[in-house]
Design a protein around this ligand. Structure first.
Ligand code: A3P
Length: 282
């Protein structure tokens, strides 16, 4: 039987332990009050936008090696951590991540002007990817409905973490408020030209890298390589991680009905009006 998700300020959250135990309001406050180090780097994404992918790319750049670091993403997702002292032992620079809105990011991270890496994905594919994740994640999301039901939930921002538009608008505003603090790249740009995207990120992080290192990182973080990585801690009992599903641009075409596409397009045109982010849907 599905359990109701924790909620605060009209937004639902996955039933991660801190949200379940302290309530969503307190769990979010604890994230905001988290004591960042001035070297921390934060990956910020709306869920299903390629968080694991950009996390690996960034981690490889920081460590200057094309070796996967699969433990980091799960360990450093702020909203899942009950006691932040568990990440005290991580060496600097720590690579942290969250799907929470910009307004809830650690105050200290912003005051320090610490780096933020933001990956954005076209919302149709994000929605489809989220649907598949939600049906598989019965522990934290417990969604048991159909695609049509999920589509309606997403469109009305009733899925966990709320509205994609609110999320992306807040980050876009923050880019203006804090120039130079946030690096934005799109899932589609990274997919089409990975070495270019990775070079742009290494420049932002001010990490010197040879072309060979960039190419090696691109190969090591290809969808196939990450999917086939057997030590991935997100792997579930059947041996397949539910994070690595298709990894393509345009899978929404296999899910959206003509009517749903029309409804989505009209909401997108209204809510994304004036955004400087360019979205590629195929
Ligand atoms: P799909 O469900 O469309 O396949 P997140 O890490 O934010 O949960 O996002 C997961 C999505 O990113 C999944 O999308 C997954 O397949 C895709 N993904 C993960 N690693 C990838 C990679 N190396 N290249 C391209 N897509 C990747």
């Amino acid at each position: 039987k599905p359990v109701p998700l924790p909620e605060f300020d009209g937004v639902f959250y996955p039933s991660f332990i801190p949200f379940r135990e302290k309530g969503a309001e307190k769990a979010l406050q604890d994230i905001t009050n988290f004591q960042s180090r001035d070297t921390d780097v934060m990956i910020c994404t709306y869920g299903k936008s390629g968080t694991h992918w950009i996390n690996e790319i960034t981690s490889m750049l920081i460590r200057k090696t094309p070796e996967l670091d699969t433990a980091n993403k799960g360990m450093t997702m702020l909203e899942t951590i009950s006691d932040f002292s568990v990440i005290d032992t991580l060496p600097s620079p720590r690579l942290l991540n969250t799907h929470c809105l910009f307004q809830y990011l650690p105050k200290k991270h912003i005051e320090n002007r610490n780096k933020i890496i933001h990956m954005i994905r076209n919302p149709k594919d994000t929605c489809v990817s989220y649907y598949h994740h939600a049906t598989k994640d019965q522990v934290f999301l417990s969604f048991t409905g159909s695609w049509n039901e999920f589509f309606d939930m997403w469109i009305s921002a009733n899925c966990a973490y709320g509205s994609w538009y609110t999320y992306e608008k807040e980050i876009e505003q923050a880019e203006k408020d804090y120039p130079g603090m946030i690096f934005t790249c799109s899932y589609e740009e990274m997919k089409k030209e990975p070495t270019k995207g990775i070079r742009r990120l290494s420049d932002f992080l001010q990490i010197e890298c040879t072309d060979k290192t960039i190419e090696d990182i691109a190969k090591a973080t290809s969808f196939e390589n990450m999917k086939n990585n057997k030590v991935d801690p997100t792997a579930v009992a059947d041996g397949n991680s539910h994070i690595y599903r298709k990894g393509i641009i345009g899978d929404w075409k296999n899910h959206f009905t003509v009517a749903q596409n029309k409804q989505f397009d009209s909401q997108f045109a209204e809510k994304f009006l004036g955004s400087s982010y360019r979205m590629l849907f195929e």
